[in-house]
Design a protein around this ligand. Sequence first.
Ligand code: ZN
Length: 501
Amino acid sequence: MDIDLLYAEVMQKLILENKIARVSQKLISSTKNDDRVQQVYDVLKGSKMFPKPMIVQKCAVKSTVYRNLGNKNFQNHNDYEAWQYYNLALLHAPVDSVDYIFALANRSAVFFDLKKYEECLNDIEQVSNMGYPERLKDKLLKRESSCKEALSKPLLIDEKNTDAIETMYSMKGSRNPSYSNSIEIYEIGTLALRTVIKARCEQPDWQSLFNIISEVEANLNTEYRGCTRVDDKWVYDSQSYATIHALVSNIEKRSVSDIFRKGVTAAVFLHILMKETEFLKDAKTGIVKRVGGLLLHHIMTVPTNMHGISVNTPTSEGKYVNDMSLGSAAYAFFSLLNHSCSPNVTRFSRFGTGNMKLIAIRPIKKGMQLFDNYGVHHATQDRESRQSTLNFQYKFVCTCEACVDNWPTYHNLGAAKNLPKLIAEKKKKILSPNAIEKLERGCKDIAMALYKPLCELITVLDNYAPCVELADCQESLKQCLGIYEGFLPFGFTKVIDWDVS
Ligand SMILES: [Zn+2]
């Protein structure tokens, strides 16, 4: 199902029938998202243009094929590939079937090999709840006790170090030397759909959700924006849907064609929810209409507010310089931060946790504002190109110091003027070619050793900003953080496609 293609077809049809002006006028005069989606829905319905979604049925045969591929890879010690094949076997296995049990049992063996003991125990527990197949029982019970034994032993030095560091500094990191903190946005529609479904599932009924929304919307222009009322107090709770609903959609800055395009996505999702799922079963017209509006609202909030989650992976030369995107998620608290092309914080997320923290990468004095980076950094892009990206995606004109003073990109930065010799030498000593090489290779020891001296250097060098010395230190600091975040081993980057044919 290709929504872009559908949009192009609808536009063509409207042009041919000379209806563009009328549809646009109606859309412009609407003030509510509910009405906007309703209008687009009527256009699609009138033209019988709703696409048929591809339905994928569970299938024991497919599950077995994937499980066998998993077994083959597991025997050849390709654990990460085996893991992915067993996931596919689970996806295709009919609910509560033996295929499902076998796929889980086999996956637990991969987890055991990878020393992922908790994951292994989870799989075994699920199998036991569904009833052990007799021929696997002994093996699984043995694996279970080995897991418990391994978990009772103290952590390896390696894991201990990283955890200790994280507690010490509560760190964040980004990884590659291209200042990439980029927020890669994809699957916008499905993220919006997921947000709406989750919002409803967290409430006992539709009315409870609508009550929360009314409360949030009444607070939009107050200091309690995004807050929830708890015992007569307004609190900002990152777990609450209120924070997500209050994210900006920039509706007033969007063109009518942009709204129409997003309306098409919302209308298609609404149609699928109505016709192919039980989500809107027995829902009255008013509720269906509001869900359409909610879908459109989130299709507009997602591109501006979602944060990419990525992980470091090594290249074939063993350099940990690649960003591998794992997905996107809403972190409402982080959406409160404004952007700077020379940010003073960076986000840190330990691989596999989904938790995000902020780490300072420039000195922050009491009362100073925190600035995140929305994907355009002064070191890699000139002012014109940054401003154009920010205006297109986030609808604002950046007035950060790098933009106001037109700071040069990295290659034109130049050395700091009047930098005391002692500081210049310290920087040279800390960031020796050998140290840089080790950082690129993901060496944890050097990351541990350099973190504190780099923080100290950055504090001093900030007085000389912008300069190449500061940029180098910040970048190395981010590399240290990237190493603490954890990375995928080489070979994992091979992602096996979900073949539904
Ligand atoms: Zn800027």
